[in-house]
Design a protein around this ligand. Structure first.
Ligand code: NAG
Ligand code: NAG
Ligand code: NAG
Ligand code: NAG
Ligand code: NAG
Ligand code: NAG
Ligand code: NAG
Ligand code: NAG
Ligand code: NAG
Length: 360
């Protein structure tokens, strides 16, 4: 498991697009009744269901339309964004359950419990779907699932992506805390983040045989929607229910970054070359203006000059190589506003070390 390569997205897309179902019609509004169906924390469905078919509400195919008219609830927008993100995460696990079996993981050198754990995490994520649906008032649409294509091809690249998704979700959940208006929403977000952290800790210990810890604090990134936007890469264009709001709202649609040719490593002290991968979505740099690569780790950030000729920067060597580093390009030191961010987010996993070597 020393070096992991992800399948190029285009190749996966070519395979999967042939298997797409049409966009589904909107759902019956009875689903907006929070007493409808199994209740998270009261039903084993969301913990120990071991079937291959998607558990409720992961088996629905459209958006749940609003049943009342009026102003949205105070945190409706937050939970609409989070529910759309949760569909990305739930579907990742559901696809893993459908694509692999217990033997596949064992033959890849992973523990004989891995498949069962993936099923259980899938169940937890179904519970999150329902919890977030319930948090959105009946005045607002509850977004439904799109079709997703993820860059994994085998059990090992699947587990690698699992680790990146879980630790990234910690980062956007902390960011969403800053948007939450209701105290109860904040508490719910902490409870969800703790669950995602357990998923990640399990994988670090059992699959990676690595340190379960990320240092004293996971990484906080304040502009959560920018991380959510990065997951749009896995959403098949035009596959979302028409009732879904734009994901995320508001969407800056910033240029996305990957480590480009010339990157020595993605660990502290290394030179990283920023590749802005979308030809039709490139950042614009003005000559004689200063730009910064801003690296977020733990609860702090460190800015270094960004060279607009070489698109390169040195990852601050004082950062501890644990958890994740989130890098963005900004036109102000410390990226003090979301508008000061010109490109990103780039997620740089530091632990397990095998993931850092992969340059995800
Ligand atoms: C919501 O569902 C519960 C349980 O099925 C039912 O008892 C209740 O009447 C429903 N409420 C509404 C407003 O339909
Ligand atoms: C989804 O699952 C629930 C609970 O198992 C079931 O009642 C419902 O009929 C299913 N819905 C669909 C669309 O399959
Ligand atoms: C749903 O929301 C829309 C837009 O606010 C509104 O026009 C519509 O009447 C609402 N639907 C119901 C059933 O109240
Ligand atoms: C697991 O899936 C593989 C194909 O990936 C298949 O060859 C094997 O028979 C399956 N094993 C079980 C126990 O279903
Ligand atoms: C699963 O693996 C553990 C530890 O490697 C072993 O003790 C146990 O017997 C295995 N279980 C099965 C059902 O193969
Ligand atoms: C999806 O659509 C956007 C713009 O609408 C386009 O830039 C992008 O290349 C499309 N992606 C795929 C995978 O077709
Ligand atoms: C940047 O990414 C694109 C798309 O993945 C790739 O074709 C190109 O070779 C990369 N360029 C560098 C300098 O890494
Ligand atoms: C950027 O890199 C180029 C090539 O190495 C170098 O000539 C230039 O001085 C650098 N610019 C800054 C602002 O450091
Ligand atoms: C980055 O850190 C600086 C101070 O060290 C702070 O002023 C700034 O707000 C931080 N940026 C973000 C986006 O939190």
């Amino acid at each position: 498991m020393a070096f992991i390569r992800f399948t190029p997205l285009a190749a996966v897309l070519a395979f999967s697009l042939a298997h797409c179902a049409p966009v589904a019609e909107p759902l019956l509004s009875e689903l907006s009744n929070t007493s409808y169906g199994p209740i998270p924390g009261q039903s084993p469905l969301y913990s120990t269901y071991s079937g291959t078919a998607p558990p409720f509400p992961g088996n629905i195919t459209g958006a749940i339309v609003n049943t009342t008219a009026g102003p949205p609830g105070e945190d409706d927008l937050l939970f609409q964004n989070l529910l759309s993100a949760e569909w990305v995460i739930f579907s990742f696990y559901q696809q893993g359950v459908e694509r692999f079996n217990s033997t596949d993981f064992i033959e890849a050198g992973l523990p004989n419990t891995t498949y069962e754990r993936i099923q259980q995490i899938r169940d937890n994520e179904a519970g999150h779907l329902r919890i977030f649906q319930d948090q959105i008032s009946t005045n607002s649409v509850k977004p439904g699932p799109c079709q997703y294509v993820y860059p994994f091809e085998d059990p090992i690249s699947y587990i690698a992506l699992q680790t990146v998704i879980e630790i990234s979700s910690m980062a956007f959940l902390t960011g969403l805390e800053l948007q939450a208006k209701l105290t109860l929403s904040k508490a719910a977000l902490v409870a969800i983040a703790a669950t995602e952290s357990r998923h990640n800790t399990w994988s670090l210990i059992d699959n990676w045989k690595s340190t379960p810890f990320a240092g004293p604090a996971d990484t906080v990134y304040p502009y959560a929607n920018q991380i959510l936007d990065f997951t749009n890469e896995w959403v098949v264009n035009g596959s979302c229910p028409l009732e879904n709001p734009i994901y995320p709202t508001p969407r800056q649609n910033l240029p996305q970054i990957t480590p480009g040719a010339g990157t020595t490593a993605i660990t502290p002290g290394s030179t990283i070359v920023f590749n802005f991968t979308q030809p039709d979505n490139q950042p614009h740099f003005t000559p004689d203006q200063d730009y910064y690569a801003v690296f977020f780790h733990g609860v702090y950030n460190i800015s270094v000059p960004f060279n607009t000729t070489t698109y390169s920067a040195v990852i601050p060597p004082q950062i501890e190589p644990l958890g994740i580093i989130i890098a963005v390009v900004a036109d102000e030191e410390g990226a003090p506003t979301k508008e000061s961010v010109l490109a990103g987010t780039l997620i740089l996993p530091q632990s397990p070390a095998a993931l850092a070597a992969s340059g995800v």
